[in-house]
Write a protein that binds this ligand. Structure first.
Ligand code: GLC
Length: 541
């Protein structure tokens, strides 16, 4: 990866991005669902936290079978979230505060209620038939062995025309046929519509899945599929890259707009695959999620190896982004193993996220240490949870309402919230953490401010100093005359470490040491679960 300061230094490279799940952020009209005016009302909170952009999970019109990831109109706001006027106001108010707005674009599929699909399924001869993927049965059986990510076959038989349609996700989410030029054209117009309105970028949903094998060949067996992403006939087809390059061309005709792709892989993530979408020279997307950090076990060595592997897979002009939690895969605090407030592991993760090279994505509530919640069977809203309970309880656990206060419904709504609030909200909430100088929330704020202040944290090269030995991860971020060191003790016991040639440092932020304290890293004993950010003394202004 490039270790020099990047030349095209735009906001999304130095910014911190905050992911909002709109249904759960703030309810402004007391119907139990979060909405757009709710988000607008909390912009000052976000501005105070110091973030540079928000990414909103989908807000388009939707039957909500997959809570917005099933779109029935790409140019309308679902009434559950408010109106287009509300969205424009959010955009305006965000921009006034220097906060950019990224929206979620779902290219792989639409809702089965989308007029395109309604037309497509009406008769075999409809011009929109080919906008989706329809196949005949093969000897009375399903067209091939392709599986839905959400379980079972990816083929759904449609009585009306006697053919099967493909759905990589739920059967209510039919896959579009991106080999049809009309589909591409229609989507480019959607993108343009939002770009012209002033949206700053797009998170591209499941973007490595949009094109499928032309010959509809069977996917390899499960074992090969698990370890060989490249052999899947339903993902990462050359044509997906081609389409994304065309999207990139469109984005490049606007000023500083960004694309970040969800590169869908199974645990433990696939850095190589994510990196393949980042070839700047080839005009691909700007950033891609690699979920390797998110899937890590609590082990310094494993984190080290995942980070190195990720960086090694980023092409010379590519730019990494880092993420620890999201609305599908759960909250990072699953690592904690205890429900202790302000758990020390949360601070290690916070420091990691905000001092690594690459744009950090914070999932709403991560800054106060929100935890995965237990959802009773009769309160499950995620279709996956309903389908697979009790083996898998679904994704609701990481989508519970933001915990603003210790009052009724955590200050999220005055009515019954759409998902239960995590029971820990009485003590774990924004209001309480704001007041407490030593809270996780204030730790995040300070880290974000430091990331803004120090070019080394934004653009500096990343170099491992202790590679996880003995449960300690230490690394340097360096640019020109600025050298910062991060020390992370992943273990519950003190550790003596020695880093040569970085002698005397002062503390910028630490879980255990006062600010400005002097630390000689050639011989220092780390506290249990210490996370410290230091700056080399001789280079201090
Ligand atoms: C992505 C989204 C997920 C959604 C799926 C289908 O993986 O993150 O929430 O269910 O795509 O759109």
């Amino acid at each position: 990866m490039d270790t020099q300061p990047v030349s095209n230094w735009t906001w999304w490279k130095h910014g911190v991005i905050y992911h909002i799940y709109p249904l759960s952020f703030k309810d402004s009209n007391d119907d139990g669902y979060g909405d757009i005016p709710g988000i607008t009302g909390k912009l000052d909170y976000l501005s105070d936290l110091g973030i540079d952009a928000i990414w909103l999970s989908p807000i388009f019109k939707s039957p909500m079978v997959d809570w917005g990831y099933d779109v029935s109109d790409y140019r309308a706001i679902d009434p559950i979230f408010g109106s287009m006027k509300d969205f424009k106001r959010l955009l305006d108010e965000s921009h006034k505060r220097g906060i950019r707005v990224i929206i979620d674009m779902i290219m792989n599929h639409t809702s089965d209620q989308h007029p395109w699909f309604v037309d497509s399924r009406s008769t075999i001869h409809h011009p929109k038939r080919d906008w989706y993927i329809w196949r005949e049965a093969q000897k009375g059986k399903k067209p091939n062995n392709w599986k839905s990510v959400f379980g079972g076959s990816a083929w759904q038989f449609d009585e009306r025309t006697g053919q099967y349609y493909l759905h990589t996700f739920l059967k209510e989410q039919p896959d579009l046929n991106w080999r049809n030029k009309q589909v591409k054209k229609a989507f480019m117009r959607h993108f343009k519509f939002w770009l012209d309105m002033g949206v700053d970028g797009f998170r591209l949903d499941a973007v490595n899945m949009i094109v499928k094998d032309k010959k509809f060949r069977n996917n390899p067996g499960l074992l090969v599929s698990l370890f060989q992403n490249k052999k899947w006939h339903t993902r990462n087809q050359p044509k997906s890259y081609k389409i994304l390059r065309q999207l990139r061309e469109l984005l490049d005709t606007y000023h500083e707009r960004v694309s970040v792709g969800e590169i869908y892989t199974l645990p433990p993530g696939d850095s190589e695959m994510a990196g393949s979408y980042l070839d700047e020279g080839n005009n691909a997307i700007h950033m891609a999620f690699d979920f390797s950090l998110l899937f890590r076990q609590w082990n310094a060595r494993k984190y080290h190896d995942a980070i190195v592997h990720w960086y090694n897979n980023i092409p010379p002009e590519g730019w990494p982004c880092n993420v620890l939690s999201n609305h599908d895969l759960g909250r990072s605090v699953k690592h904690f193993g205890s429900h202790k407030r302000n758990n020390r592991k949360a601070r290690i993760l916070a420091m990691l996220l905000l001092t690594l090279k690459g744009t950090p994505f914070i999932y709403y509530g991560e800054e106060i240490g929100m935890e995965n919640a237990y959802i009773h069977r009769n309160e499950i809203r995620d279709k996956l949870g309903k389908k697979f309970w009790p083996i898998y309880q679904g994704r609701d656990k990481a989508r519970t309402p933001m915990q603003w206060t210790g009052d009724t419904n955590a200050g999220f709504t005055s009515e019954k919230p759409w998902l239960p609030i995590n029971r820990n909200f009485h003590t774990l909430n924004v209001e309480a953490e704001n007041r407490d100088e030593g809270s996780l929330y204030n730790f995040y704020r300070k880290l974000i401010a430091l990331r803004k202040q120090y070019a080394a944290l934004q653009q500096g090269k990343w170099e491992a100093l202790i590679k996880g030995e003995n449960g300690v991860l230490a690394y340097a971020r360096e640019i020109e005359k600025q050298r910062l060191i991060v020390l992370l003790n992943f273990t519950p016991s003190p550790k003596s470490i020695s880093i040569e040639s970085y002698n005397i440092n002062k503390v910028l932020l630490s879980t255990h040491r006062p600010e400005n304290a002097v630390v000689d890293v050639s011989d220092v004993k780390l506290f249990a679960y210490e996370a410290s950010l230091l700056k080399e003394l001789e280079f201090m202004e």
